[in-house]
Design a protein around this ligand. Structure first.
Ligand code: BTN
Length: 227
């Protein structure tokens, strides 16, 4: 894929800028003043961590599954650090979240925003334990690797379908085959994370042996934050 890179020193959110641009644009900023995460949370965006957004064509029903395509692309690029993925697309190193992915739809496009704590540990109170890469990889090299992996994985997704993406995703997944807690806006479920469905939902086996399929929520590992 031929990406068109646009570099900014400072912006509100790279996702805001990306909305105005054509497909295959990639907006990279050194700093964001209004970085946002999933569920309208703030994404702490201190200078020199990596913030970028990629503009892709909206693939209708397949669009939510793109989040898994992006997650494996980031995790593959951080394989040296033994990166893992926590459902659906949080990137963890030593069970600490170092990167997050936010998909937003806009007209016939989907904006894929990625934030990675490459240099600084974000300050604040977080839902999950957070980590950072302490500058062990440059933003430029990491971005380049992610975009290469993304091109490759989008091609796999288009040619071979979600099955292959799911197979790759499961290899990076944390909590699989273990007891996890999933918090939804109103309810909390605890159960065995048995599998991910072909629609990207968590298949959770509850205490009464019934199944719950979850498409939106926050996953907590029982050993979260501990190495
Ligand atoms: C999350 O885990 O909640 C998703 C975080 C996504 C953050 C990135 S940083 C680049 C892009 N611009 C934003 O405002 N958000 C995404």
């Amino acid at each position: 894929m031929k990406w068109n890179l646009i570099y900014l020193d400072r912006t509100t959110s790279t996702n805001d800028v990306a909305r105005l641009l054509p497909c295959l644009s990639v907006v990279v900023a050194k700093e964001q003043t209004k970085g946002r995460g999933r569920y309208a949370r703030t994404w702490v965006s201190e200078q020199d961590n990596l913030f970028f957004s990629v503009v892709l064509k909206d693939a209708d029903v397949k669009t939510p599954l793109l989040s898994f395509v992006v997650a494996i692309s980031v995790a593959e690029s951080l394989a040296l650090f033994d990166a893992k993925i926590k459902w659906p697309n949080d990137i963890l190193i030593n069970t600490q979240k170092v990167a997050g992915i936010l998909l937003e739809r806009c007209d016939d496009k989907v904006i894929v925003g990625v934030g990675i704590n490459t240099t600084h540990m974000p300050k604040g109170d977080f839902l999950y334990p957070v980590g950072c890469l302490d500058g062990m990889v440059t933003n430029e090299i990491l971005l380049n690797n992610i975009l290469n992996n993304l091109s490759k994985n989008i091609e796999i997704f288009e040619n071979m379908g979600f099955e292959k993406i799911k197979e790759k995703w499961l290899k990076f997944a944390v909590g699989l085959g273990e007891k996890i807690v999933v918090k939804l806006p109103k309810d909390t479920y605890e159960g065995l994370f048995e599998n991910m469905t072909n629609e990207g939902a968590i298949q959770l086996k509850l205490k009464d042996l019934s199944y719950k399929y979850i498409t939106v929520g926050d996953v907590f590992l029982l050993n979260e934050g501990k190495k």
